[in-house]
Design a protein around this ligand. Structure first.
Ligand code: SF4
Length: 329
């Protein structure tokens, strides 16, 4: 991807949270939520960010939206560094970066009518008149597959899938360029999940949207993403295009995650890789490769030396000693 094509560029992003104890709130450690994460997203592209819960994928999404301040690293938006901007300086960019969250019910004000929820960002960011806002809200309802008579209803009168459509309409109100979708379908029934994913894909081609799609469900990520980044304990361990990742995973953790995805063909033979042990605490991550305490291929070097991210094939990045030139030594 050339520099001109990049809409978002995240470089060496780190987010640590202090752990405080006692009545004086003394800092006794740091939660290493995100540790040296780099990726970029092009216009019209979906990057899937996957991993187990607590791996730092949602924190990464929040940092992109500037909902959390990074500890270090940089975030460039259309060639301009935004991670250090004040709230006022961030305002012109804020409208271009929107979010859709997991639980649409808790992210929608229960006391507001649907039309006011969707129209709120327009009122906050533009000097549009009442009629224009109503017209734009009606067109957004139409775009996301909601009926116009539902504009006067309250969130509790919508089903889960409809509430997520409402959340999507609100995210689209300011005609954004990138939407961070944080587990947008994991609270929905499987049949409704497919409808919402298809809606997001249709909107992408119609509006040239980019998505950072945060999810733990690999089947959903496979469906919607162009490229996929796999996170483990605050780090990206593998990043490549969807086809390479699913057909030819290079990192042992990706291999284990993929082995647990059910296949539609009952004749397809697949051996599930069961990972031993629990995910280590992000307060005290293991030395060397963070995955070594659970990796079936771990060897001496993995316990002492952190693997660097290397491009093992064009566009396919992996952080594992098995894939670098020194290999098992
Ligand atoms: Fe496993 Fe070692 Fe590779 Fe880490 S570096 S994933 S422990 S083989």
């Amino acid at each position: 991807m050339s520099a001109d094509e990049r809409l978002l560029e995240v470089k060496h992003l780190v987010k640590h949270y202090p752990v405080r104890k006692g009545v004086f709130g003394r800092v006794t450690g740091q939660v290493h939520a995100v540790d040296d994460v780099s990726f970029s997203i092009a216009a019209g592209e979906t990057l899937g960010l996957v991993g187990e819960s607590g791996c730092g994928k949602s924190t990464t999404g929040k940092a992109v939206l500037k909902l959390v301040e990074p500890t270090s690293g940089s975030i460039d938006w259309r060639g301009r560094r935004i991670d250090q901007l004040s709230a006022t300086d961030m305002r012109p960019y804020r409208r271009e970066l929107q979010a859709v969250f997991q639980d649409p019910y808790s992210s929608l004000n229960p006391r507001m009518r649907a039309e006011d929820i969707v129209g709120e960002p327009i009122r906050n960011f533009e000097s549009a008149g009442r009629d224009e806002i109503r017209e734009r809200v009606a067109s957004l309802f139409d775009k996301v597959g909601l009926r116009l008579d539902q504009m006067i209803k309250y969130p509790y009168e919508f089903s889960g899938g409809q509430r997520q459509r409402l959340g999507i309409a609100r995210a689209l109100a300011l005609r954004p360029k990138l939407i961070v979708c944080d587990e947008p379908v994991s609270a929905l029934d499987v049949s409704v999940q497919a409808q919402v994913i298809n809606l997001l894909m249709d909107l992408q081609s119609e509006m040239q949207l980019s998505y950072l799609f945060v999810a733990h469900d690999l089947a959903v990520v496979e469906h919607i993403s162009h490229r996929v980044a796999v996170m483990y304990l605050g780090k990206i361990v593998e990043l490549t295009d969807k086809r390479s990742l699913f057909a030819n995973p290079q990192h042992p953790y990706t291999e284990a995650l993929l082995s647990a995805v059910p296949t539609p063909d009952p004749r397809a033979k697949k051996t599930r890789i069961i990972l031993g042990g629990d995910v280590p605490s992000p307060i005290n991550p293991p030395a060397g490769c963070r995955f070594h305490t659970r990796c079936p291929y771990a060897f001496e070097r993995c316990r002492v030396e952190e693997p660097l991210t290397q491009e093992v094939m064009p566009g396919h990045f992996v952080a594992c000693h098995l894939r670098d030139s020194k290999g098992v030594s």
